[in-house]
Design a protein around this ligand. Structure first.
Ligand code: ADP
Ligand code: MG
Ligand code: MG
Ligand code: MG
Length: 399
């Protein structure tokens, strides 16, 4: 362990030489900082042929996109690395491999996925990865089942929950998802043209009661070790391959939050597609997103159910029918959390390129309004939307 200091490119190369797991570390000669995220430094480390071989990611002690005025815990690097290591044990084919991490330096060395692309960009461009939705469902079932009470011994589970306490990152989610969009707040970020739509959220008692219930579940339901930020920018894809990265929001929370975030980002793409229809026919792309959502949920639920049947030891939880009862609750949670993702990405601090990159102002505002009204409907109707087919029917109704 050494004392925290922010890495230069030179430091990152030296660190990768030491911990990158290469047979001949002297091959690593240069680094480029490529972080496009809001929070951290990400260095690609290149060999003598100019090929990127390994990644060094370091947390900064503040929010990168805001500056030093918003300090942020360095412990998130440990939480990210440990969440990814834990998830890798259960879904090695769908989780980036962590070679090494150091809590004091808030740094990790990981597998280079430069031969993959970020899913969000691919969805916007209309590139189609036929296995991606099922692979994402499989990743979520494997990681969430094996860190839940359906699998872990109660003592093991409680020790794990204690290790993954992540109060500062959770607070960001608690604020950005469940508070800011429903009040006047300086962090909110939306065009004046949609003020009436946003003001209506603040005056909507039914909506705010449902959001309170979702926030309460986010606070209190330690169901499994969530990724915590599984939007389409945290997912790398290539032909036949899908891998999750960027798990610094990892904590034990409600399983429906991860499902809802993943589904919510598919729906944000759905809302934004008409703004990019020059690239691909929006109607066909939208139909594909709805199929993706169906495949994601069905794969997740079937696989979780199978794992419970095969592996659950607890006498009460193993009772026939209980896992499927539990999955109904997860589904209702997922629909609600999905709605909060649609709203916070339209009104709150952090937006998505699926809508933000639409050049025509009128079209972009229409897409934002669509995401807000669909999000509101999903939040207030969540308990009455009993299946993925009913969700899709609602999406069509609010299109
Ligand atoms: P942040 O936590 O700051 O959002 P991310 O982990 O999402 O950081 O990484 C930011 C960007 O860095 C990614 O969008 C990607 O372009 C690049 N990146 C991150 N991890 C890898 C990796 N393992 N292989 C290749 N590129 C990566
Ligand atoms: Mg990121
Ligand atoms: Mg919210
Ligand atoms: Mg991140």
């Amino acid at each position: 362990m050494s004392q925290y200091h922010t890495f230069t490119a030179h430091d990152a190369v030296a660190y990768a030489q030491q911990f990158g797991g290469l047979d001949d570390p002297s091959e690593l000669v240069s680094a480029q900082e490529v972080g496009d995220g809001n929070l951290n430094l990400v260095f690609k480390i290149f060999d003598t042929h100019g090929v990127s071989r390994v990644i060094v990611k370091q947390a900064l002690p503040y929010v990168r996109c805001v500056g030093e005025s918003w300090p942020l815990t360095l412990d998130r690097a440990r939480l990210e690395a440990q969440t990814l290591v834990e998830h890798y044990q259960h879904a090695p084919e769908h989780t980036v491999k962590i070679h090494h991490f150091d809590a004091e330096l808030a740094v990790m060395v990981m597998e280079d996925l430069s031969n993959h692309r970020i899913l969000r960009g691919e969805l916007i461009q209309g590139a189609y990865y036929p296995q991606a939705a099922q692979q994402l469902g499989h990743y979520l079932a494997q990681t969430l089942f094996h860190t839940s009470d359906f699998y872990l011994h109660p003592h093991q589970k409680k020790a794990q929950v204690a290790n993954f306490i992540n109060p500062e990152m959770c607070e960001i989610t608690e604020d950005l998802f469940f508070n800011d969009p429903y009040q006047v707040h300086e962090r909110n970020n939306y065009p004046a043209e949609i003020e009436a739509d946003v003001a209506a959220l603040r005056d909507d008692a039914q909506l705010k009661l449902a959001v309170a219930s979702l926030k309460h579940r986010f606070f209190s339901q330690a169901e499994a070790l969530l990724h915590g930020d599984i939007h389409s920018g945290s997912i790398f894809v290539a032909d036949g391959s899908l891998k999750a990265i960027d798990a610094e929001f990892g904590y034990f929370g409600p399983i429906g939050f991860d499902i809802g975030t993943a589904v919510g980002n598919l729906l944000l793409n759905y809302c934004g597609l008409p703004g990019h229809s020059g690239i691909r026919d929006a109607a066909a792309g939208r139909e594909q997103r709805l199929v993706d959502i169906q495949e994601l949920w069905n794969t997740f639920a079937e696989h979780f159910q199978t794992l419970a049947t095969e592996k659950t030891q607890d006498a009460a939880l193993a009772y026939p029918g209980y896992a499927s009862e539990f999955l109904k609750k997860v589904w209702h949670d997922a629909v609600g959390f999905c709605g909060t993702e649609l709203i916070r990405r339209s009104v709150g601090l952090s937006h998505v390129a699926d809508i933000e990159t639409i050049k025509d102002d009128t079209m972009r505002h229409a897409c934002l309004r669509h995401a807000i009204s669909l999000g509101r409907a999903l939040i207030v109707l969540a308990e009455r939307i009993d299946s993925v087919d009913e969700l899709i029917a609602r999406v069509r109704q609010y299109s």
